[in-house]
Write a protein that binds this ligand. Structure first.
Ligand code: FAD
Length: 454
């Protein structure tokens, strides 16, 4: 183990992705041991399983940053170890007596679609965004053994945020790839995303009607100009007007380039069911009154659809022993991320904002410039690098971890015996999961083909 000879602080970090790896490195550089408990073999979190795989360059860069953080001397990576499953919270605090705990577990629970009893149709006509993007990102990998999703024509997406645009794009990319392949034209998903569906069809002198394809439709409860695509903290009325224009312009480009359809001002109210399978949704028209969505009675209409993807947000998964309030963890202070009623436990990253997608995050709103959003959505007018946003994000997580470090470490020294006990526990866990203690070697052994480890 590459650890200080006489460690005095041993900090537990749950989750090894952007937020977790940044804080682990910071604590280790400060002389503490940072034990990173990661539920998966690979630590990349939403970078690997949330960001669609066509962001290949961004993904590789982010992997490299996480790898560098987790290779820092003093960081002990413990893969395949889920807090709330393989290890529980009381074990970390009472048994191991860690100096502090950083909760960087992200937001992986899909918000439930507000339609009565809808969840009984999961995998029978209904799929949620997290499972859907995971499938898309991995199903072509060698050895993939997860669920398979058939993408039919006429699928619908319920959403309106940025992740829902990724979802509706994925549906059309899969659909058109298949139709092109039937005509002997082979295009991979990443190429089709980069080139655009409309341009690719035009290159082969084809139109959607030649292929007999309708495509996927995104249903949103507000107007296009309300979509949280471009946002700004506390905009003035003039800024808001500009934002509204920008949202329509961005969405219009997405619709043209990827041939997606959009239906504003409607909310799902009931399932359409045949033989115990979801075959569509009943929507109700909405109007926006003083900024709030109001459903219009008597305006229901049916939308038959062979597949519905719900993409209305991701939330943190509750963990026994940690305080929650509504859908989120309960914080004593959102500024520091200190959890209420549990000493020296701090949330960081998506677990704190309760958002699964960084581009939706309030905290980062200031760095999410319009050009960056257009780049992330595949419709750039101006080449504005997402590196800027990535750097700001990493720095923000580091700064937040720096902010809590003093509180987390003060008066939390472990005796040498206690520190040795934690290290012995880590070694035993490594043996259980087959981890040899060398992070780089582990990642090399756990490459996901296509994008690789580092
Ligand atoms: C420029 C840019 C654009 C991005 N755009 C998008 C985007 O469009 N969509 C998107 O989804 N993401 C996007 N991301 C990814 C984004 O970085 C992350 O969503 C964000 O950084 C939050 O990271 P996190 O570490 O808080 O959470 P996550 O990335 O969610 O990481 C949490 C980690 O904790 C682990 N974990 C969860 N529960 C447990 C548990 N109980 N015990 C142990 N481990 C656990 C998870 O396996 C995961 O590795 C983007 C990133 C960048 C840099």
């Amino acid at each position: 183990m590459k650890v200080p000879s006489e460690p005095t602080h041993v900090v537990g970090i749950c989750g090894g992705a952007v937020a977790g790896s940044e804080s682990a490195r910071l604590f280790a550089e400060e002389g503490a041991i940072a034990v990173v408990f990661e539920q998966n073999a690979r630590p990349y979190g939403k970078i690997e399983d949330g960001l669609p795989r066509w962001h290949d360059k961004l993904r590789r860069k982010e992997y490299a940053k996480i790898d560098e953080n987790l290779s820092t001397p003093g960081v002990l990576y413990v893969p395949g170890t889920r807090l709330g499953g393989d290890v529980d919270f009381a074990q970390l605090t009472d048994d191991l007596g860690l100096s502090a705990i950083i909760l960087a577990t992200g937001a992986w629970r899909d918000r439930s679609l507000p339609v009565p009893e809808i969840d009984r149709f999961i995998d029978r006509g209904l799929v949620y965004q997290n499972a859907f993007v995971h499938w898309f990102n991995h199903y072509e990998e060698q050895g993939y053994d997860g669920p398979s999703i058939d993408v039919p024509d006429g699928a619908i997406v319920v959403g309106g945020g940025l992740a829902s645009i990724d979802v509706v794009k994925i549906l059309n990319i899969e659909l058109y790839r298949r139709e092109l392949s039937k005509r002997g034209i082979e295009v991979d998903a990443v190429t089709l995303e980069h080139a655009g569906i409309e341009a690719t069809l035009a290159k082969h002198s084809l139109t959607p009607s030649d292929l007999g394809v309708r495509g996927a439709t995104l249903y949103y409860r507000r107007a296009m100009a309300d979509m949280p695509v471009a946002t700004a903290p506390n905009p003035t009325p003039a800024q808001l007007e500009k934002l509204r224009t920008a949202r329509v312009r961005i969405m219009d480009k997405v619709m043209r380039k990827y041939l997606v359809r959009f239906e504003p001002c409607c909310a799902p109210v009931a399932p359409m069911v045949e033989e115990d399978r979801l075959v569509g949704l009943v929507f109700r028209r909405t109007e926006i009154v003083e900024g709030r969505v109001r459903e219009i009675e008597g305006s229901d209409f049916e939308v038959p659809a062979p597949l519905t993807v719900s993409s209305i947000g991701s939330l943190p998964v509750p963990i026994e022993g940690l305080p929650t309030r509504g859908d989120l963890y309960e914080f004593e202070s959102v500024e520091t991320g200190a959890l209420l009623g549990v000493d020296r436990v701090f949330g960081l990253g998506n677990v704190l904002t309760g958002k699964g997608n960084i581009r939706d995050s309030r905290i980062n709103a200031s760095v999410v410039a319009e050009g960056i959003i257009e780049n992330l959505l595949g419709v750039p007018d101006v080449e504005q690098s997402v590196d800027e946003m990535s750097a700001a994000l990493h720095e923000e997580f580091r700064a937040r971890a720096r902010g809590v470090m003093e509180q987390a470490l003060e008066g939390a020294e472990l005796t040498p015996e206690k520190a040795a006990r934690v290290l012995a526990w880590v070694e035993a866990r490594w043996a259980d999961v087959g981890y040899g203690g060398d992070y780089r070697a582990w990642i090399e052994d756990h490459r996901s083909d296509g994008s690789g480890g580092a």
